[in-house]
Design a protein around this ligand. Structure first.
Ligand SMILES: O=C(O)CCC(=O)C(=O)O
Ligand SMILES: [Fe+2]
Length: 263
């Protein structure tokens, strides 16, 4: 791990890295502008969120690549350089948009990706839950669900939802922060975001790091992005999501196909 990355490690689960204010408010505004400049056809609507796919289409066996636009490579290059965790250039970015009552079911990222993921958050804060992977369920099933949902808009099975009731570890994702996870957190845990407007923060592993940079009460997304409730003791109790959250999931697909016929 690069020298100064250690100071951003959070929690006990290997390995979760949380970098507050990875981008400035000006950069956040610029990114949002670029994201919403994309034609409506660039958005894929899923049951519980919308997404834009950049970098090409990910298949089980690799990526049929498309160049990332410069407004994204500025970010992916910075992530690569500052983390030192990617063996080659990040070539895929998924942009997810969540309304306050939307989330993403617990899942594992697919086998096509190099096992390090970097997620940049914009807009409303949310809590991401990590739950141990059920040994009864194979990664392939999860991967198929994810691919089907993203590529074909089919509903993914939600067989793991009961695990959301008892999350092992949670991370508070403030706007402009960068979350990186790898190792066990990547391979043995599912990650998900509840589809409720209130997110409880009792199991959050990065409360201090996230709130040291608490700017949620500043307008950053047209309106206030959330109300972070402070209860008596000063402990963070819950997030009340009042605006959209946009995330940029930045990953590397090692196997790149230049030609669809060579798959
Ligand atoms: O929006 C997020 O923070 C999570 C997105 C995610 O897990 C994914 O795209 O695989
Ligand atoms: Fe994911």
């Amino acid at each position: 791990m690069e020298g100064n990355l250690n100071e951003f490690l959070v929690g006990q689960l290997p390995t979760v890295i949380y970098m507050p204010n990875f981008i400035t408010q000006t950069e956040e505004t610029h990114l949002l502008q670029k994201i919403y400049e994309a034609p409506l056809s660039k958005w894929k609507s899923l049951k519980n969120r919308r997404l834009q796919n950049w970098g090409g289409v990910v298949y089980e066996k690799g990526l049929l690549p498309q160049d990332l636009p410069p407004w994204l490579t500025i970010i992916t290059q910075r992530i690569s350089e500052e983390s030192g965790l990617f063996p080659s250039t990040i070539n895929h970015v998924l942009i997810n948009e969540y309304l306050p009552d939307q989330g993403i079911m617990p899942h594992q990222d697919g086998p096509a990706y190099f096992p390090v993921v970097a997620i940049l958050s914009l807009g409303s804060p949310v809590v991401m839950d990590f739950t141990p992977h059920s040994r009864l369920r194979t990664c392939t099933d999860t991967w198929k669900n994810e691919v089907e949902e993203q590529n074909f808009g089919r509903e993914a099975k939600e067989t793991e939802t009961e695990q959301m009731d008892n999350p092992e570890t949670s991370v508070l994702l403030m706007p402009r922060s960068l979350l990186i996870f790898k190792d066990n957190a990547y391979s043995d845990y599912l990650h998900g975001i509840k589809d409720s407007e209130v997110h409880h923060c009792d199991k959050v592993i990065n409360e201090v790091e996230a709130l040291a940079h608490d700017k949620v009460n500043e307008p950053s997304f047209g309106t206030e992005s959330a109300d972070v409730q402070d209860v008596g003791s000063g402990d963070l109790n819950a997030i009340h999501r009042t605006a959209k959250r946009i995330s940029l999931t930045c990953r590397l697909v090692l196997k790149v196909h230049k030609n669809i016929f060579k798959f």
